[in-house]
Design a protein around this ligand. Structure first.
Ligand code: PBG
Length: 328
């Protein structure tokens, strides 16, 4: 035998010397769910150990994240039912919950990189990412509102806007409106390869943002989010978003789409983020609760696999937990 691969696996010292991919807290972005009110820290039923925070308690959470070494948050808001409509009116309210959340994080820690979800679903009475007419999600009128929403987040102090709506042309529209208003340094992280996935269920519980079951309302998001069967399309979508001005591109969900991550890593030259989504979190929690999987080992294995596939960083509900594991 001329080659014995086990030599490089003999002990942890040699394994660590030849290790190819590593996750560190620098790789993590923490998604945060924000609600109206005060003194609220509400556990999300389908996401055990993950919470919605009111602005006062958000401050503490942000401070803790920073002290652990997590330098970026991705903000989402749960919008009150009475503020929802079909036009995203509340989404552009300069004093809306998102706009206040951005300011709150920046006041507590100006260095924390604040990214904001841009899509209409939390604001939509129908639970869709755009405006609906005659049973269809309209593209261009939605883009118009989404661009204004992005501008409003920039005005509130967001470092990056993160459009997750998957309308055509939204990156260009956002880049243009940001440039026209002198927000030259506000970046765009595009959810560029976002699939119509069944893994978003717990997130829609968290924000109460699922498509409503009513006549003439599409039951799913398949006319704008991507078909899980497609691979070439992810490259096309992502290259277009880069052309239109995206600074960072994203693949979402994570685990089922690591081939896409690698395709993009081999194709594009901008940073790639991967969103390990709510359903991926929930699956691990549920299996661990049953005693069927080793929770901590599986968490680290999945995060490492996402890095190995080519992610430059990961948006993950395990950001805080995995950081604590790594520091142990
Ligand atoms: C909003 C949005 C969704 C997620 C992020 N932004 C839900 C959806 O598109 O239905 C999902 C995140 C997760 O599941 O963790 N457009």
């Amino acid at each position: 035998m001329l080659r014995r691969n086990r030599r490089l696996r003999t002990n942890e010292a040699i394994r660590s010397l030849v290790r190819e991919s590593l996750v560190t807290p620098d790789d993590f972005q923490a998604p945060l769910f924000v609600v109206e009110g005060s003194g609220i820290k509400q556990e999300i039923a389908s996401m055990p150990g993950y919470y919605r925070y009111s602005l006062d308690l958000l401050k503490k959470e942000v401070q803790e994240l920073w002290s652990l070494g997590i330098k970026s948050v991705l903000l989402f808001v749960k919008v009150e039912e009475k503020l929802k409509d079909n036009r995203g009116t509340e989404a552009v309210n300069p004093n809306g919950l998102m706009q206040r959340a951005i300011k709150t994080v920046k006041e507590i820690n100006p260095e924390m990189i604040v990214m904001t979800d841009v899509a209409l679903d939390p604001y939509s009475e129908y639970g869709h990412d755009g405006i609906i007419e005659n049973g269809k999600v309209l593209n261009d009128p939605s883009v118009e509102v989404l661009a204004k929403m992005a501008l409003s987040h920039a005005e509130a102090g967001a470092d990056f806007v993160a459009p997750s709506d998957m309308m055509d042309g939204r990156i260009l529209a956002m880049r243009n409106i940001l440039e026209e208003n002198s927000f030259f340094n506000t970046g765009i992280m595009s959810y560029s390869a976002k699939y119509a996935s069944a893994f978003y269920g717990p997130f829609r519980d968290a924000l109460d943002s699922a498509p409503v079951d009513a006549q003439d309302i599409p039951k799913d998001k398949k006319t704008y989010q991507m078909d899980p069967s497609n691979r070439d399309e992810a490259i096309r979508e992502t290259l277009m978003d880069i052309e239109e001005g995206a600074d960072i591109v994203m693949v979402k969900p994570g685990l089922c789409y690591l081939d896409i991550v690698r395709d993009l890593k081999n194709t594009v030259n901008v940073p790639i983020s991967v969103y390990q989504v709510s359903g991926e979190y929930a699956m691990i929690k549920a299996a661990a609760e049953k005693g069927w999987l080793d929770h901590d080992a599986v968490v680290m294995e999945q995060l490492t696999a996402i890095k190995r596939a080519g992610a430059d960083f990961i948006s993950t509900y395990f950001a805080k937990y995995a950081t604590k594991l790594l520091q142990r």
